[in-house]
Design a protein around this ligand. Structure first.
Ligand SMILES: Nc1ncnc2c1ncn2[C@@H]1O[C@H](COP(=O)(O)OP(=O)(O)OP(=O)(O)O)[C@@H](O)[C@H]1O
Ligand SMILES: [Mg+2]
Length: 584
């Protein structure tokens, strides 16, 4: 006897609900989507007990008449598409016609709606699939959907709901996504009658970011956009100084729909690569507009993933627009100043002292008291003042090196602290990269070739990478059994020890060759070379060296970060100092 049965419609809906409705936030998402698709200009979301008890969404959209209200909860009932052709260019957030049917199969639902041309509203109630007849009821224009006791007949699924706080944080996140991509709408979110967000219609994205996240994040954003090949991209880029440990602060919207896409994430990561440590993620708000026909949204039940027909183009456009803007921006890290009420008085004292001296030295110079290099007085023995090389006719500002590691230089509106190793490493890296792109590194013959021992595997590894090693300007020659000698070495790396360098190169090739492409491998080698050849922390610098470092900082790309993504420069503004010293 056959065992196959066709499931009843409510079972089908419950199964669909398993994909679409994971938790209260999924209900909120589906209901807000419907309100936006209904053309609402005002949406209010009220939640009780993290959405476990009640989720209510009210909009002032087009409403649903009595006839459609009866159909809206049927499986595969939608007003948004009609034929298979429509699937090729979906312009609405919903289109599958299964959200309301799914929600109504796992909770108690009441929908009240009134259209613009109707004198009264209509109401329908459904309790886990059991529908009451549609009846008239008083209502404002628009639609309200109330969803109570989600999963109450499915204890196994209800058990998986988390605490009210956790569920609420998912709902807030969902609300935030819509609020960011629908700035023209008035939007409110309430929890247990308390208002969490009340967003006015017509705010800018930056204003929304300030209200939904923080003013600090909003202030750190750099705006950029492009419009080419039928695609408009608008992005607010978080400076590296506000980067995060995960990618949750990457908000990507495609024609208003929040999406997650691995190509786009990769493009963002690549664009920030020079500016962030590998385990950090940028804050970014990215808005893409492109023809609906250029991607497929029908690939995931919750529509959070899409398939781009030309994902390479999308990747390169996003990478290009972000990278270009970052290169053109000053990304020096603003100092996080300690609160003077806290115990860190020492730092404030040191800064006050620095400024006092800076001003008094300037005054002395102005008065013509001395023009020779100034030495620091005995009570601060680890600091040295320099009168660096004068490259223009303007006198260079007084500069100080402290702890033989950091350089402090005044700027127009405060001062900067430079990590000498980090900055020089970046300068070396950019120089190496530029020269290698132009051909190979210039090298010079060593007076006495330096030899080193190596295993057969290592010798083989060097052989496989001959081309890259030649590009680096390193010349290696066999020098006996299991021994090789460095004949020539790049001029730019003169400060590095040739044998140390080659040993590290072999280690790097052992770890990475074959696992990454040639370009990335070369990049890692250049990073390693830059680090080895750069000025070290703890190294005392001459005035000329410091001046050179400051000059180079102005001319290279990405000078705010070292090649590993750590900051090279921290800025201190006079405004912040005055705040800290309670002068304002
Ligand atoms: N707030 C609303 N205002 C006006 N009409 C609505 C509203 N909510 C739902 N509807 C109507 O009910 C239909 C069914 O909604 P439902 O969310 O189940 O499907 P959908 O939005 O078409 O597709 P999806 O399942 O992808 O969300 C919609 O197509 C729309 O016509
Ligand atoms: Mg929908």
């Amino acid at each position: 006897m056959g065992t196959i049965v066709v499931l009843d419609p409510n079972m089908i809906n419950m199964i669909a609900a398993g994909e679409v409705i994971e938790r209260p936030a999924s209900v909120v998402k589906e209901l807000i989507e419907n309100s936006i698709d209904a053309g609402a200009s005002k949406i209010t979301v009220s939640v009780e007990d993290g959405g476990r008890k009640l989720i209510s969404v009210t909009d002032n959209g087009c409403g649903i008449d009595a006839e459609d209200l009866a159909r809206a909860f049927e499986p595969h009932a939608t007003s948004k598409i009609k034929t298979s052709n429509d699937l090729g260019s979906i312009s609405t957030l919903g289109f599958r016609g299964e959200a309301l049917a799914s929600i109504a199969s796992i909770a108690q639902v009441r929908m009240v709606s009134r259209t613009a041309d109707s004198n009264s509203g209509n109401c329908v109630e459904i309790d886990c699939g059991n529908k009451t007849p549609i009846g008239p009821c008083p209502a404002d224009y628009g639609t309200t959907v109330q969803v109570r006791d989600i999963f109450y007949k499915l204890p196994a699924r209800r058990k998986f709901l988390k605490t009210a706080n956790t569920e609420m944080s998912h709902i807030s996140e969902c609300f935030t996504r819509f609020a960011l991509s629908n700035c023209k709408l008035e939007m409110t979110l309430k929890h247990n009658s308390r208002e969490l967000y009340s967003l006015a219609a017509g705010q800018s994205i930056a204003q929304r970011v300030a209200e939904l996240f923080s003013a600090q994040i909003a202030e750190s954003l750099i705006e950029t956009k492009i419009d080419e090949k039928n695609t408009q991209i608008f992005a607010l880029l978080g400076k590296p100084s506000i980067s995060r440990t995960n990618n949750k602060f990457q908000y990507v919207f495609l024609n208003g729909r929040f999406i997650r896409d691995k190509f786009i994430s990769h493009a963002i990561k690549e664009a920030y690569r020079a500016n962030l440590e590998p385990n950090r993620f940028p804050v970014i708000f990215l808005f893409i507009q492109m023809p609906f026909a250029d991607y497929d949204v029908n690939v995931h039940p919750t529509k959070i993933e899409v398939r781009f027909y030309n994902s390479n183009l999308v990747h390169s456009q996003i990478l290009g627009v972000i990278r270009e803007k970052l290169l053109a921006s000053n990304l020096d890290v603003p100092a996080k100043m300690p609160d003077t009420s806290q115990s860190n008085q020492g730092i404030n004292d040191a800064m006050a002292e620095f400024f006092k001296r800076h001003r008094s030295i300037q005054t002395q110079q102005q008065l013509g008291f001395h023009s020779s290099p100034t030495r620091v007085t005995s009570h601060e023995p680890r600091a040295t003042y320099f009168e660096p090389r004068d490259t223009s006719h303007e006198p260079r500002p007084t500069v100080i090196q402290i702890d033989n590691s950091y350089i402090i230089a005044p700027t127009d509106d405060g001062f900067i602290v430079i990590d000498q190793h980090a900055l020089h490493e970046r300068i070396m890296y950019e120089n190496l990269k530029r020269r290698i792109q132009a051909g190979k590194l210039e090298s010079q013959k060593l007076l006495i070739p330096e030899s080193f021992e190596l295993t057969d595997t290592q010798a083989q590894l060097l052989k496989t990478n001959t081309e890259m090693i030649a590009k680096l300007g390193v010349e290696l020659l066999p020098f006996g059994p299991k021994t090789m000698a460095v004949q020539s070495f790049p001029t730019l790396l003169a400060k590095a020890n040739p044998i140390d360098f080659v040993r590290d190169l072999i280690d790097l090739l052992t770890d990475r060759a074959g696992q990454i492409d040639a370009e990335t491998l070369l990049d890692e080698v250049l990073n390693m070379a830059a680090c080895k050849a750069a000025i070290k922390a703890g190294q005392k610098l001459t005035a000329t060296e410091i001046a050179q470092l400051l000059d180079d900082k102005e001319t290279i790309d990405n000078s705010s970060r070292c090649a590993h993504g750590r900051p090279t420069t921290i800025t201190f503004s006079i405004k912040e100092l005055e705040k800290q010293f309670k002068r304002t």
